[in-house]
Design a protein around this ligand. Structure first.
Ligand SMILES: Cc1ncc(C[n+]2csc(CCOP(=O)(O)OP(=O)(O)O)c2C)c(N)n1
Ligand code: SF4
Length: 247
Protein backbone atom coordinates (compact mmCIF):
# COMPACT_ATOMS: atom_id res chain seq x y z
CA UNK A 1 0.00 0.00 0.00
CA UNK A 2 1.25 3.49 -0.87
CA UNK A 3 2.18 5.54 2.17
CA UNK A 4 0.88 9.12 2.27
CA UNK A 5 2.50 11.62 4.60
CA UNK A 6 -0.18 13.75 6.27
CA UNK A 7 1.84 15.33 9.07
CA UNK A 8 5.44 15.54 10.08
CA UNK A 9 7.51 16.97 12.88
CA UNK A 10 8.22 20.68 12.32
CA UNK A 11 11.79 21.25 11.14
CA UNK A 12 12.44 23.49 14.14
CA UNK A 13 11.44 20.84 16.73
CA UNK A 14 14.03 18.49 18.19
CA UNK A 15 13.34 14.76 17.87
CA UNK A 16 12.74 14.22 21.58
CA UNK A 17 9.78 13.45 23.84
CA UNK A 18 8.61 16.19 26.19
CA UNK A 19 8.42 15.91 29.98
CA UNK A 20 4.85 17.21 30.17
CA UNK A 21 2.09 15.30 31.99
CA UNK A 22 -0.47 13.37 29.90
CA UNK A 23 -3.15 15.78 28.71
CA UNK A 24 -1.05 18.93 29.26
CA UNK A 25 -1.41 21.29 26.31
CA UNK A 26 1.97 23.04 26.65
CA UNK A 27 3.23 20.64 23.96
CA UNK A 28 0.53 21.69 21.48
CA UNK A 29 1.46 25.35 21.97
CA UNK A 30 5.14 24.47 21.38
CA UNK A 31 4.30 22.67 18.16
CA UNK A 32 2.25 25.59 16.84
CA UNK A 33 5.11 28.00 17.51
CA UNK A 34 7.51 25.66 15.68
CA UNK A 35 5.14 25.33 12.72
CA UNK A 36 4.80 29.13 12.48
CA UNK A 37 8.57 29.60 12.68
CA UNK A 38 9.02 27.05 9.88
CA UNK A 39 6.33 28.64 7.72
CA UNK A 40 7.76 32.14 8.16
CA UNK A 41 11.27 30.81 7.50
CA UNK A 42 12.72 32.54 10.57
CA UNK A 43 14.42 29.69 12.45
CA UNK A 44 17.83 31.30 11.98
CA UNK A 45 16.74 34.66 13.40
CA UNK A 46 14.10 33.74 15.99
CA UNK A 47 15.15 34.07 19.63
CA UNK A 48 12.99 32.75 22.47
CA UNK A 49 12.99 33.75 26.12
CA UNK A 50 12.07 30.82 28.35
CA UNK A 51 10.06 31.13 31.58
CA UNK A 52 10.38 29.59 35.00
CA UNK A 53 7.55 27.07 35.25
CA UNK A 54 6.66 23.74 33.68
CA UNK A 55 7.81 25.04 30.29
CA UNK A 56 11.24 26.04 31.57
CA UNK A 57 12.71 23.30 29.36
CA UNK A 58 11.17 24.66 26.14
CA UNK A 59 14.70 25.16 24.80
CA UNK A 60 15.06 21.36 24.76
CA UNK A 61 12.11 21.10 22.38
CA UNK A 62 12.32 23.99 19.89
CA UNK A 63 15.60 24.33 18.02
CA UNK A 64 16.38 28.06 18.31
CA UNK A 65 18.62 30.39 20.27
CA UNK A 66 17.16 30.88 23.75
CA UNK A 67 17.61 32.95 26.86
CA UNK A 68 16.46 31.74 30.26
CA UNK A 69 14.94 34.65 32.19
CA UNK A 70 14.41 34.87 35.94
CA UNK A 71 10.79 34.50 37.05
CA UNK A 72 8.60 37.09 35.29
CA UNK A 73 11.51 39.00 33.77
CA UNK A 74 11.17 37.58 30.25
CA UNK A 75 9.69 40.77 28.68
CA UNK A 76 12.64 42.80 30.02
CA UNK A 77 15.16 40.31 28.58
CA UNK A 78 13.28 40.25 25.27
CA UNK A 79 13.25 44.06 25.19
CA UNK A 80 17.02 44.20 25.55
CA UNK A 81 17.55 41.56 22.85
CA UNK A 82 15.20 43.20 20.36
CA UNK A 83 16.57 46.72 20.93
CA UNK A 84 20.14 45.46 20.43
CA UNK A 85 19.25 43.40 17.35
CA UNK A 86 16.05 44.70 15.70
CA UNK A 87 16.56 42.22 12.86
CA UNK A 88 15.76 39.26 15.16
CA UNK A 89 12.28 37.86 15.83
CA UNK A 90 12.14 37.84 19.62
CA UNK A 91 9.43 36.18 21.66
CA UNK A 92 8.73 35.14 25.22
CA UNK A 93 6.83 32.04 26.36
CA UNK A 94 5.34 32.51 29.83
CA UNK A 95 2.84 30.86 32.17
CA UNK A 96 0.31 32.77 34.23
CA UNK A 97 2.32 32.50 37.44
CA UNK A 98 5.32 33.86 35.56
CA UNK A 99 3.62 36.60 33.55
CA UNK A 100 0.61 37.70 35.58
CA UNK A 101 2.00 37.36 39.11
CA UNK A 102 5.69 38.05 39.64
CA UNK A 103 6.15 39.46 36.13
CA UNK A 104 3.07 41.68 35.98
CA UNK A 105 5.11 44.90 36.04
CA UNK A 106 7.39 43.74 33.22
CA UNK A 107 4.59 42.72 30.89
CA UNK A 108 2.51 45.86 31.46
CA UNK A 109 5.43 48.20 30.84
CA UNK A 110 6.79 46.28 27.84
CA UNK A 111 3.30 46.39 26.28
CA UNK A 112 2.87 50.05 27.19
CA UNK A 113 6.21 50.91 25.57
CA UNK A 114 5.12 49.04 22.45
CA UNK A 115 8.24 46.88 22.44
CA UNK A 116 8.57 45.04 19.13
CA UNK A 117 8.39 41.61 20.79
CA UNK A 118 5.84 38.77 20.69
CA UNK A 119 4.53 37.17 23.88
CA UNK A 120 3.00 33.70 24.07
CA UNK A 121 1.10 33.60 27.37
CA UNK A 122 -0.09 30.22 28.65
CA UNK A 123 -3.11 30.61 30.94
CA UNK A 124 -3.84 27.35 32.77
CA UNK A 125 -5.41 29.08 35.78
CA UNK A 126 -2.82 27.68 38.21
CA UNK A 127 0.87 27.39 39.07
CA UNK A 128 1.67 24.04 37.49
CA UNK A 129 5.31 23.32 38.28
CA UNK A 130 5.33 24.21 41.96
CA UNK A 131 2.34 22.17 43.10
CA UNK A 132 -0.85 23.90 42.02
CA UNK A 133 -0.97 27.16 43.97
CA UNK A 134 -3.49 29.87 43.09
CA UNK A 135 -2.51 32.07 40.12
CA UNK A 136 -3.90 35.54 39.32
CA UNK A 137 -5.98 33.76 36.66
CA UNK A 138 -7.49 31.15 39.02
CA UNK A 139 -11.28 31.13 38.66
CA UNK A 140 -13.63 32.11 41.50
CA UNK A 141 -14.43 29.08 43.66
CA UNK A 142 -11.58 27.11 42.03
CA UNK A 143 -9.83 24.82 44.48
CA UNK A 144 -6.04 25.03 44.47
CA UNK A 145 -3.42 24.02 47.02
CA UNK A 146 -3.53 27.56 48.48
CA UNK A 147 -7.31 27.97 48.12
CA UNK A 148 -8.51 24.55 49.32
CA UNK A 149 -12.07 25.87 49.87
CA UNK A 150 -12.16 27.61 46.48
CA UNK A 151 -10.88 31.06 45.47
CA UNK A 152 -12.71 33.66 47.53
CA UNK A 153 -12.63 37.16 45.98
CA UNK A 154 -12.72 38.78 49.41
CA UNK A 155 -9.38 37.20 50.27
CA UNK A 156 -7.79 36.77 46.83
CA UNK A 157 -9.43 39.20 44.40
CA UNK A 158 -10.85 38.27 41.02
CA UNK A 159 -9.30 36.44 38.03
CA UNK A 160 -7.18 38.90 36.03
CA UNK A 161 -8.03 39.07 32.33
CA UNK A 162 -4.61 39.83 30.89
CA UNK A 163 -5.62 40.19 27.22
CA UNK A 164 -8.44 42.63 28.05
CA UNK A 165 -6.25 44.62 30.44
CA UNK A 166 -3.34 45.05 28.01
CA UNK A 167 -5.67 45.90 25.13
CA UNK A 168 -6.68 49.09 26.98
CA UNK A 169 -3.13 50.38 26.33
CA UNK A 170 -2.44 52.50 23.25
CA UNK A 171 0.82 50.93 22.09
CA UNK A 172 0.17 47.19 21.54
CA UNK A 173 -0.39 46.14 17.92
CA UNK A 174 -1.93 42.67 18.26
CA UNK A 175 -3.63 41.06 21.27
CA UNK A 176 -5.72 37.89 21.09
CA UNK A 177 -6.95 35.03 23.25
CA UNK A 178 -7.18 31.50 21.84
CA UNK A 179 -7.21 27.93 23.13
CA UNK A 180 -5.63 24.65 22.08
CA UNK A 181 -7.76 22.19 24.05
CA UNK A 182 -9.65 20.75 21.08
CA UNK A 183 -8.83 20.50 17.38
CA UNK A 184 -11.45 23.11 16.48
CA UNK A 185 -9.52 25.74 18.46
CA UNK A 186 -6.07 24.82 17.21
CA UNK A 187 -6.29 26.32 13.72
CA UNK A 188 -7.30 29.72 15.12
CA UNK A 189 -4.56 29.47 17.72
CA UNK A 190 -1.96 28.95 15.01
CA UNK A 191 -3.32 31.86 12.99
CA UNK A 192 -3.05 34.09 16.06
CA UNK A 193 0.54 33.02 16.76
CA UNK A 194 1.42 33.73 13.13
CA UNK A 195 -0.22 37.17 13.31
CA UNK A 196 1.75 37.91 16.47
CA UNK A 197 5.05 37.13 14.73
CA UNK A 198 3.99 39.05 11.60
CA UNK A 199 3.06 42.07 13.74
CA UNK A 200 6.66 42.08 14.95
CA UNK A 201 8.24 41.34 11.56
CA UNK A 202 6.18 44.12 9.91
CA UNK A 203 7.18 46.50 12.73
CA UNK A 204 3.62 47.07 13.92
CA UNK A 205 4.38 46.93 17.61
CA UNK A 206 3.97 44.66 20.62
CA UNK A 207 1.97 41.45 20.26
CA UNK A 208 0.55 38.95 22.75
CA UNK A 209 -1.39 35.72 22.32
CA UNK A 210 -3.04 34.35 25.47
CA UNK A 211 -3.59 30.59 25.14
CA UNK A 212 -6.10 28.82 27.42
CA UNK A 213 -4.30 25.61 28.38
CA UNK A 214 -4.78 22.60 30.69
CA UNK A 215 -3.13 21.36 33.86
CA UNK A 216 -4.89 18.04 34.52
CA UNK A 217 -2.36 17.10 37.20
CA UNK A 218 -2.99 20.07 39.47
CA UNK A 219 -6.66 20.41 38.60
CA UNK A 220 -7.05 16.79 39.75
CA UNK A 221 -8.82 15.78 36.53
CA UNK A 222 -8.42 13.31 33.70
CA UNK A 223 -7.08 14.79 30.46
CA UNK A 224 -10.54 14.61 28.86
CA UNK A 225 -12.25 16.25 31.85
CA UNK A 226 -9.59 18.99 31.77
CA UNK A 227 -10.28 19.87 28.14
CA UNK A 228 -14.01 20.01 28.90
CA UNK A 229 -13.34 22.18 31.96
CA UNK A 230 -11.53 24.74 29.80
CA UNK A 231 -14.54 24.92 27.49
CA UNK A 232 -17.19 24.95 30.19
CA UNK A 233 -15.54 26.99 32.94
CA UNK A 234 -12.62 29.00 31.54
CA UNK A 235 -13.91 30.26 28.18
CA UNK A 236 -16.97 32.01 29.75
CA UNK A 237 -14.56 33.96 31.99
CA UNK A 238 -11.80 34.35 29.41
CA UNK A 239 -13.58 34.76 26.04
CA UNK A 240 -11.72 33.79 22.88
CA UNK A 241 -11.27 36.77 20.55
CA UNK A 242 -8.93 39.22 18.91
CA UNK A 243 -8.84 42.28 21.13
CA UNK A 244 -6.48 44.40 19.02
CA UNK A 245 -5.31 44.02 15.44
CA UNK A 246 -2.70 46.17 13.68
CA UNK A 247 -4.12 49.09 11.70
C1 LIG B 1 11.40 34.65 41.90
C2 LIG B 1 10.79 33.27 41.96
N1 LIG B 1 9.71 33.06 42.73
C3 LIG B 1 9.12 31.86 42.76
C4 LIG B 1 9.64 30.81 42.05
C5 LIG B 1 9.03 29.45 42.09
N2 LIG B 1 8.29 29.13 40.90
C6 LIG B 1 8.84 28.46 39.86
S1 LIG B 1 7.74 28.08 38.66
C7 LIG B 1 6.48 28.82 39.54
C8 LIG B 1 5.07 28.83 39.04
C9 LIG B 1 4.95 28.62 37.60
O1 LIG B 1 3.62 28.67 37.22
P1 LIG B 1 3.20 29.18 35.80
O2 LIG B 1 4.01 30.35 35.40
O3 LIG B 1 1.72 29.36 35.82
O4 LIG B 1 3.64 28.01 34.83
P2 LIG B 1 3.13 26.51 34.72
O5 LIG B 1 4.07 25.72 35.58
O6 LIG B 1 1.71 26.47 35.16
O7 LIG B 1 3.31 26.19 33.28
C10 LIG B 1 6.95 29.35 40.74
C11 LIG B 1 6.12 30.04 41.73
C12 LIG B 1 10.79 31.04 41.29
N3 LIG B 1 11.36 30.09 40.58
N4 LIG B 1 11.34 32.27 41.27
S1 SF4 C 1 1.96 20.13 36.13
FE1 SF4 C 1 0.31 20.93 34.84
S2 SF4 C 1 1.24 22.53 33.51
FE2 SF4 C 1 2.88 21.24 34.39
S3 SF4 C 1 3.31 19.67 32.84
FE3 SF4 C 1 1.85 18.80 34.32
S4 SF4 C 1 -0.16 19.25 33.43
FE4 SF4 C 1 1.31 20.58 32.38
Amino acid sequence: MKEVLIAERPKSMYKVSTHYCPGCTHGIAHRLIAEVIDELGIQDRAVGVAPVGCSVLIYNYIDLDWYEAAHGRAPAVATACKRARPDLAVFTYQGDGDLASIGMAEIVHAANRGERISVIFINNAIYGMTGGQMAPTTLLSQRTSTTPYGRDPKASGYPIRVAEMLSTLAAPGYIARVSVVKPKYVIKAKEAIKKAFLTQIEDKGFSLVEILSTCPTNWGMSPVAATNWVEEQMIPVFPLKEFKVPE
